[in-house]
Design a protein around this ligand. Sequence first.
Ligand code: 9YT
Length: 131
Amino acid sequence: MIVRQLQTAQESNRRIDSTGWNSVRLLLAEDNMGFSFHITTIYKGADFQMHYQNHLESVYCISGTGEVKTLADGKIYPITPGTLYNLDQHDKHVLRAFEEMKMACVFNPPLNGKEVHNAEGAYELDADKLT
Ligand code: 9YT
């Protein structure tokens, strides 16, 4: 059994800070679950493009409001608490936060720990572990 607390993890190196967001990576590849699980905070006013070419991601909105736009077709999907969006096509997308959003994120394959977005808004598969 693996048990972790967000309150403890966010004060450790599991919290990754980047422009417009931070993410507390509660489960990682080394846990051998087949996915990673993160609690991500998107700051109010954030507006950035991502393209997870190497990963599938599910994102569940716990709190806050915003929208996600898929660039291939220009569709805009509102995000409110309870919304789950799934990047099942490695969709190139833009995420906007109208107010701070708390998101639960699952990545397959799991992240190693130190991933930050590259120039395309993707995570490399060979990123470093936390330790
Ligand atoms: C929602 C989203 O994709 N935010 C970027 C951070 C990512 N969820 C992560 O690294 O945990």
